[in-house]
Design a protein around this ligand. Structure first.
Ligand SMILES: [Zn+2]
Length: 255
């Protein structure tokens, strides 16, 4: 049976995700943005929480760890490199490692940049990526702790995944991200089309997440420093890709 994903809103613009392997009877929450909606979602689905998979330590990702662990006695899996900031961590994982979640492989990528020790969880058989605040639909995380070069290295790991991989990011930031993306690469037809679709979805109050790696490669300016149009718009023709990425990120910070 496939890996099931249940998506629901938390806080003002976070997404909660429960993942469930029906054969093995295990259920994880990806991060713990808000306890009440996570418990409500578990009740709605009739699932028992067995695991918490933490992408990074920020409060809207790990703030509910201890309360949920207290109630469910679940196992908390997080970054070895950020272990001291992940409340209640039981199992420490790092870049390139694989662990079992029920009958599914979960591959860990270090995607530091937004924070140091930020990780993403990739389920290759299910074709799903849970990337926290590293990669967003049409965006990427703000660089609070890492360097642009570090974030660019992180994003390239995700860019190498199959194009049909589902991208389950942690926030509904897509409409604002689209406005910025259009400001730096207005010539991108796929981006223009996507921005219209996003506007229509949000007008109906519907999520724009999950996305796919293929769609992000076509439209997300942070994955497109090789675009000649983007480079020209930044006056950076022929520049190193990491420098184009850094300038794109710098402009978004003040957009
Ligand atoms: Zn964060």
């Amino acid at each position: 049976m496939p890996l099931e994903v249940h998506q629901f809103p938390c806080l003002s613009d976070n997404y909660g995700y429960l993942i469930h392997d029906p054969d093995a009877g295990v259920t994880a929450t990806i991060d713990t943005p808000e306890v009440a909606p996570i418990n409500a979602a578990l009740e709605e689905k009739g699932w028992q929480l067995t695991h918490i998979l933490n992408t990074h330590h920020h409060f809207d990702h790990a703030g509910g760890n201890l309360e949920l662990k207290d109630r469910w006695n679940c196992t908390i899996i997080g970054s070895r490199d950020d272990a001291e900031r992940i409340p209640g961590i039981d199992v420490k994982v790092g870049d390139g490692e694989t662990f079992q979640f029920g009958n599914f492989d979960a591959q860990v990528f270090d995607v530091s940049g937004h924070t140091l020790g930020h990780i993403a969880f990739y389920f290759p058989e299910a074709g799903k990526l849970f990337c926290g605040d590293a990669l967003f639909a049409l965006g990427c995380g703000r660089l609070f702790e890492g360097s642009p070069a570090q974030m660019w290295t992180s994003l390239q790991k995700l860019m190498a995944l199959p194009e049909n991989t589902g991208v389950y990011c942690a926030h509904e930031y897509t409409q604002a991200n689209a406005a910025f993306a259009l400001s730096v690469e207005p010539q991108n037809d796929a981006l223009q089309q996507r921005a219209k679709e996003i506007e229509a979805l949000r007008a109906e109050g519907k999520p724009t997440v999950p996305s796919t790696i293929g769609l992000e490669l076509e439209t997300n300016p942070f994955l497109r420093p090789m675009s000649e149009d983007l480079q020209a718009n930044l006056n950076m023709q022929g520049a190193e890709l990491v420098d184009v990425f850094a300038e794109t990120r710098r402009r978004k910070d003040s957009f």
